[in-house]
Design a protein around this ligand. Structure first.
Ligand code: ZN
Length: 627
């Protein structure tokens, strides 16, 4: 920078005497920038490409930026600048006051799944937790974030390398000039990166952040780091490890020129890339001075989660400056927080609208047809379902709106065991039905057959059912003593299956054998129980969590074909006479109608009587049980 001022005789102003008007500085900086482009052809010194271990360690921002750069970095002249915010005086004018109202930035997360909708790269719950952490990290910066997310099914982008980034972004980016897109997927090799605001692609579909899944599966501040890049922050080690050693942009140990070298912030200490909380140690090869104190606590270094705790004031100024200079379209104006969004109907959620603006009117749309005009409304969802929530404000400077898709998950789900007719001595099928209002990841089915008759559990199947593509696992082992077994139906652990769409119908068919001669109905139920390791209950799992459902028992209705009087034997003469008595009105009802419908027509009439007589006296077809 100093050298450039020399070259440009018309710009001999001291930075400390910088005019406060950012517009003036925008023009001056533009004048500075254009001549540097002219030098470009002379010098081919790209910032060094990070080694593979550096990339693997995590942030590919510098590498991506270097690849896009024309070879203009004229280090003989100065450290390159890209806009007014690279000027210290301009930057300092934007350093936030601790009490100033926050600026809200709109984020759009992209969850990537396989083609069949499974193996999501992250969850809504994790996104919410990451944004909460991000908001905590940026609270001193006076910047807040609100978010939406979308889910995209693409096996091609569920794991991707650098050559595929732009294809994915072009396919999925949403309004890049009005929100910061964050793509979460597995990056090979694993790293994350953000796009600088001076990158010509920043506000195009090719801007935004790519987070590798490893940086998003735990609550850590890597997202704060990448967002820092998007708000114009270099690495704190930029001046040492990302420029040519001892070049004009090199930030020497004990350097007094931190504002015009390296990360262009004087209040971040010069440092080589370092991964530890204790700093790098050793001396600067360019001036033999010890590195001394560096800033491992700074989010823009590589010290990581255990060390990070702050941005420097000048970094905060840069962030606000770039936000004002390039990124104002990302400002949302309004965001909101909420209480638990997963619950049984009726389910109450408290919402809290947040804005730094002067608001004339609040409007909430809860997604179930109900609205509110309060800033912090409480809303009761009476019906099960999956709901979007929208908050809009009419502020003194315009209208702002935030939508959270599929935010509220309300259930009133149930499972019911059927009650079919069963023939003793054979294996009988009994279906278990589920009614789910939400897309399910998993169904837990603890089945019990502890009735008065010692029936035998045979097997289960999902063949022909709406769950037939789910994995079926014997989750808790067959327990002959307590007469129970627990099955788990789930999207495949390897992620090769899709969620079970909302619906009603059988989800599992179980087979049981009753002892021959049984005339007692046998209860089959879904029970909650515990062993020393676990508690099992009829339970559904959805993306935000799991919940127990109402379970209704059924029974195997014993039916010996032709055992019309239900005495455990038949058909014999006593059954024949019982049926005749029924038709003559001598007995008012049948103890086991299924056994009396011997010809299987669905109604009990005189044809059943003739069918039974034909069988007993003339070798006709055997009776059946039919309800
Ligand atoms: Zn980085």
């Amino acid at each position: 920078m100093t050298e450039v001022r020399h070259d440009l005789s018309g710009l001999r102003c001291d930075i400390s005497a910088a005019p406060a008007n950012p517009l003036v500085w925008a023009i001056l900086t533009l004048l500075l920038w254009v001549p540097m482009q002219t030098f470009a052809q002379d010098a081919g010194n790209l910032p060094p490409t990070p080694t593979s271990s550096q990339v693997t360690d995590w942030c590919g921002t510098q590498k991506r930026w270097a690849e896009k750069q024309p070879a203009f970095t004229n280090e003989a002249a100065a450290c390159p600048t890209y806009g007014p915010c690279d000027v210290a005086g301009t930057r300092n004018a934007y350093i936030p006051d601790p009490g100033q109202s926050t600026t809200i930035i709109r984020l759009m997360f992209h969850i990537i799944t396989l083609d069949n909708g499974t193996n999501a790269s992250t969850t809504p719950a994790m996104i919410e937790a990451q944004v909460a952490n991000l908001n905590a990290d940026y609270a001193p910066v006076r910047i807040e974030f609100e978010y939406q997310y979308q889910t995209h099914a693409s096996s091609a982008y569920r794991s991707l390398n650098e050559g595929e980034f732009d294809l994915m972004k072009a396919a999925y980016a949403v309004q890049p000039d009005s929100m910061l897109n964050v793509f979460v997927s597995y990056v090979e090799p694993s790293y994350s990166y953000g796009t600088f605001p001076w990158d010509p692609q920043c506000l195009t579909v090719y801007g935004g952040i790519v987070m590798t899944t490893g940086h998003f599966s735990n609550i850590q501040s890597t997202l704060a780091h990448e967002v820092g890049h998007c708000l114009g922050l270099w690495h704190t080690h930029h001046g040492v490890s990302e420029v040519n050693e001892c070049s004009q942009c090199y930030e020497k140990a004990n350097s007094p020129d931190g504002d015009v070298t390296g990360d262009l912030c004087e209040d971040t200490e010069p440092t080589p890339l370092s991964y530890g909380c204790g700093g790098p140690g050793g001396n600067d090869p360019c001036n033999s001075q010890p590195w001394g104190l560096t800033d491992p606590q700074n989010y823009m270094g590589y010290a990581g989660e255990g060390c990070w705790s702050e941005f420097s004031p000048q970094q905060m100024g840069r962030a606000h400056c770039w936000l004002n200079d390039q990124l104002l379209g990302w400002s949302s104006g309004v965001r909101f927080t909420h209480t638990n969004v997963l619950g049984p109907a009726p389910h109450v959620v408290d919402f809290n609208g947040i804005t730094g603006k002067t608001v004339n009117a609040w409007t909430w749309d809860f997604g179930d047809g109900q609205t509110s005009n309060q800033q912090s409304p409480t809303h009761e969802y009476s019906d099960a379902g999956l709901y979007d929530v929208t908050v809009a404000i009419q502020a003194t400077d315009g209208q702002y709106e935030t939508v959270r898709r599929e935010l509220v998950w309300v259930y009133s789900d149930s499972m019911v065991v059927g009650s079919p007719t069963a023939v003793p001595g054979t294996s009988n099928r009994i279906d278990i039905y589920a009614r789910n209002h939400l897309p399910l990841q998993e169904i837990m089915l603890p089945i019990s057959w502890d009735g008065p008759v010692p029936i035998t559990f045979d097997s289960v199947t999902t063949t022909g059912l709406r769950t037939n593509y789910l994995s079926v696992q014997e989750y808790a082992h067959y327990d002959d003593y307590s007469k129970r077994i627990t099955y788990r139906l789930a999207v495949n652990p390897n992620g090769s299956q899709a969620e079970l769409a909302p619906g009603t119908g059988p989800v599992l068919s179980a087979y049981f054998t009753m002892p021959p001669g049984t005339s007692t109905d046998c209860p089959i139920s879904l029970v909650s129980y515990s062993n020393i390791f676990n508690t099992f209950s009829p339970r559904f799992t959805v993306l935000p969590g799991n919940y127990d459902v109402t379970a209704i028992a059924g029974e195997l209705t014993a039916c010996i074909p032709g055992d019309i009087n239900n005495n455990g034997f038949g058909p014999d003469v006593s059954d024949l006479s019982y049926l005749i008595s029924y038709f003559t009105g001598a007995v008012p009802s049948l103890p086991n109608p299924a056994a009396a419908n011997v010809n299987g027509t669905g109604t009990i009439d005189l044809s059943d009587l003739s069918y039974l007589i034909l069988y007993m006296v003339a070798g006709g077809n055997p009776p059946v049980c039919s309800s």
